[in-house]
Design a protein around this ligand. Structure first.
Ligand code: 5GP
Ligand code: MN
Length: 324
């Protein structure tokens, strides 16, 4: 942590970024680091080559996100990258050239599968979220500088990340330290009600039509494994984007007797994105790893290229059954 704090103090230009398919922890951790760097007058750019889900856009109302190309046009020579919530180098949502050109790559993450790809790494798999790690860093800075660097904006961003990555404090990654942090963030002015209403209470009508169709595909295999399938046809018929479907994932797990839920999503005709969730004993990150994916014990993901939805589903279900 202290090496990272020193590196931040010594640098001038920073990119903050995260993984593809942004989620709440991805955005909350990146945004809170962005706000902190701004507050200490660093030149900081939020760069991400992906679209933001509708229900998380409220966090970014007063922020400009650049894509790699836009950043390249600035012609900066000496900058460091802070990668947040990203489990491996290949998943950083930036041009590879940009990553190669960075003076320093700082990795802050909580994925157990992370192989420490940064020049400096702060990786704690036990942490509820990457937001909890940013919170630890900012708390450490408070201690070193004898000040309070977390304002209500930072607190709201961190709160959004911890709420989403813990399933509103229900998943097994929720620990006493998670609640300690949440309490502190509320004291600092985190807009908790706004976060809950925006993230979970504002789904468009079309989303429910899509959810209905998705639930009709529910298939239970040997009582312990469930699959739900989302095709491009279903998305376009209901006018819902791929990036706005994360809320459907828990349904495949939250079923009587089911241990592993598998959400199969057709991202493009050649690209099947699969989300794995487990309840009690299956380490789904191991299953994801077999297909070059990764993630956490209870939540992991992978992508299958060049297979039909049926084949991709069968491959992952067959692998999953070995763990049941
Ligand atoms: P989701 O299923 O919601 O996309 O992701 C669940 C968790 O697994 C997240 O922590 C996410 O970062 C991680 N994850 C999802 N897909 C991949 C992947 O292809 N590779 C790796 N390393 N992690 C993934
Ligand atoms: Mn996370």
């Amino acid at each position: 942590m202290d090496k990272i704090i020193n590196c931040i103090d010594e640098g001038n230009y920073f990119i903050v970024t995260s993984h593809v398919n942004p989620d709440g922890d991805n955005i909350g951790s990146t945004l809170s680091m962005y706000y902190y760097l701004k507050s200490i007058n660093k030149q900081v750019y939020y760069v991400l080559d992906d679209d933001i889900p509708l229900n998380l856009k409220f966090l970014l109302n007063d922020i400009d996100i650049l894509n790699s190309e836009e950043f390249e046009k600035l012609n900066l020579k000496d900058f460091s990258i802070i990668s947040l919530d990203c489990g491996d180098l290949g998943r950083i949502c930036l041009d590879k050239d940009l990553i190669d050109r960075a003076s320093k790559l700082i990795c802050i993450d909580h994925h157990a599968s992370n192989q420490s790809f940064g020049d400096l790494n702060y990786i704690i798999p036990e942490a509820s979220s990457t937001c909890e790690l940013v919170y630890n860093i900012l708390k450490r800075i408070n201690q070193i500088k004898n000040t309070q660097v977390m304002d209500s904006k930072i607190a709201t961003a961190l709160y959004a990340g911890v709420v989403t990555d813990t399933g509103k404090f229900t998943y097994s990654n929720t620990s006493p330290s998670t609640f300690d942090m949440a309490k502190d963030l509320l004291v600092l002015g985190a807009e908790s009600n706004k976060v809950i209403c925006e993230v979970y209470g504002n789904n468009p009508y079309n989303y429910y039509k899509l959810l209905g169709e998705a639930l009709n595909t529910l298939n239970i295999i040997e009582t312990k494994v469930a699959t739900i399938t989302l095709t491009q046809d279903m998305l376009s018929r209901n006018n819902v984007s791929f990036k706005d479907t994360d809320g459907i994932t828990p349904y495949c797990r939250d079923i009587e007797n089911v241990e592993v839920g598998i959400l199969v999503k057709e991202k493009s005709p050649n690209e099947i994105k699969i989300s794995l969730r487990s309840k009690n004993y299956v380490d789904v990150s191991q299953i994801a790893k077999k297909f070059n994916g990764g993630g956490h014990v209870r939540a992991a993901g992978l992508t299958v290229f060049g297979e039909t939805i049926e084949n991709a589903t069968k491959m992952v279900v067959d692998e999953t059954l070995k763990y049941i």
